[in-house]
Each structure stands twice: as structure tokens, then as C-alpha cells.
Ligand binder design. Sequence first.
Ligand code: HEC
Ligand code: HEC
Length: 237
Amino acid sequence: MKTSLFLVALMSAGVVLAGPPAPKKEGIESQGYTWNAQEGEKTEALKLKGDTANGEEAYEVCGACHLPSGAGRPDGTFPQLAGQHTTVLIKQMADIRAGLRDNPTMYPFAITLVDPQELADVSAYIASLCIPADHGKYEGSDSAARVAQGKTLYEKQCLECHGKNGEGDRKKFYPVIAGQHYKYLLRQMTEIRDGHRRNANLDMVRVIKTYTDDMLVAISAYQASLKMPGAMCAKKK
Ligand code: HEC
Ligand code: HEC
């Protein structure tokens, strides 16, 4: 806990923590890019059984941004991690560490995980967290209409991979998108559409490429209206 408070203090003081920039690897725009190539520390971490006690310790630095509960922030700056598939957590962490998903904010902390075992540990710990009852939703006055429009779009082109209830697919590395913060979803979808999230899935890029900003708003509103599958935390009284 001390460490996270210290980090928050550092960050709010605007101190830039030292750390080498992530190495630039080829991504989405390069020809011959293979999504989710089974190689490197990711493949190793996926085979290991995570130790939640060590994972809890390793997670301490993460809690400064993603919160100790794994809830992230409703304003979408930091995604909710609780409830996400362990395979997805491991892939995303490994991609960030390898410079295949740009995340300069998190990079110096991502590299505090020492080896594939610790990647497995921290994901096992996150998987042990209950799913927060509340998260950031679309808040416009036209919310009902947006969600309905988003549902139609979602069922046409997204359900096939992310599932009827937004549950994703653990084995296929398809993220849970239900119950994630609206603003985080909107940012990811925009970055994926515009080719800025370099570890994106090309089949998804093909689908989303033609979407307008307006459609992305609706579809994000819908996803955030869904309930994340799994064990929910008890509502605060
Ligand atoms: C300084 C803040 C910060 C810290 C500390 C931090 N992260 Fe993050 N993390 C972020 C941000 C910001 C994003 C989303 C970036 C984006 O919008 O693409 C993110 C994204 C992620 C994702 C991807 C989630 C998804 O749905 O794709 C995972 C997994 C993750 N972080 C795990 C961790 C773990 C584990 C740690 C500790 C070792 C950690 N983070 C520490 C800021 C942080
Ligand atoms: C062919 C399967 C496929 C289709 C179709 C697809 N996606 Fe995805 N989506 C993925 C995969 C795989 C990822 C994770 C990519 C990665 O590894 O970084 C992803 C990532 C995302 C993310 C980011 C999640 C996060 O936690 O960062 C969102 C949001 C999302 N998809 C929404 C959608 C929506 C909405 C549609 C329909 C317009 C859609 N996807 C269509 C496979 C698909």
C-alpha cells in the first residue's frame, strides 16, 4: 500500500519516472503482422500456474492506477482489470512490455514484473478479485436510444467474437468487453479503427474501419450497459 501511495504522490507531482522507452516493434500497419503470434514470455506465462500470494505483492504498484480493487477509473483513464480473462491480461501485459501496444504511462511499471512466472502470478491475483458493482457508463440524456442503436450494431458484427453478453472468449484471447468503462471502450475502439492500437486483431479492424464516431459512441454505450460475467462484489451499503 505504501508503494502505491508513494507512486500516486510522484505522479501527481508530475514526476516522470525513469525507464527506457518501449522498443518499437512492428504492428498493425506492417505487412506480415501476425496477431497474437505464440512466442516469447506470453507463451511461457500461459503455461504456468499463477501464485496469487506473490501476485498480490507484484500487483501493489498496479493499484496506484488500476486501484487495489482492480476497478480502474470510471473516467476511463485506467481500465477495469477485475473480471478480464487471464489469457487477455497476460497477452496485453506482454504486448505492452514488448512495445507492441503503446502505453508510455504504464510501461515503467509493466517492466517491474520480473519474469513469465510473475506475469502468471499477477493475472491469477487479478482473476481472484470480485467484479466491482459499478463502472463508468454513457451519461448522455439520449442514453436509452444510444444503447439500443449500439445493441443492433453489436449484434450484427461483434457478437460473433465478443459473445452475446460481451463475455469474450478466454481460449481465443477475445476480451470481455461487458461492464468495462464507457470512456475506455470508446478510446480503444477509436484507436483500433484508426490503426493506433498496434496489437489489434485484423479481423476486427476490417469490421470497425468503416464505423463513424457516432456509431462508436453508440456501440460503446451498449457494451458499458452489459454486466460483466463472474462473481460480483457485494454492493456498498
Ligand atoms: C501509471 C499508471 C498505470 C500503472 C501503474 C499500471 N497501469 Fe496498466 N494500464 C494503464 C493505462 C493508462 C492502460 C490503458 C492504456 C490504453 O488506453 O491503451 C492500462 C492497461 C492495462 C492492461 C490492458 C487492459 C485491457 O483491457 O486491455 C492491463 C492488463 C494492465 N494495464 C495491467 C497492469 C498491471 C498488471 C500493472 C502492474 C504491474 C499495471 N497495469 C500498472 C496504466 C497503468
Ligand atoms: C474477429 C473477432 C473480432 C471481431 C469481429 C470484433 N472483435 Fe473486438 N477484439 C477482438 C480481439 C482479439 C481483441 C483484442 C486484440 C488484442 O489482442 O489486443 C479485441 C478488442 C476489442 C476491444 C478492446 C478491449 C480492451 O479491453 O482493450 C473492444 C472495445 C472491442 N474489441 C470491441 C469490439 C466491437 C464493438 C466489435 C464490433 C464492431 C468488435 N470488437 C469486433 C476480436 C474481435
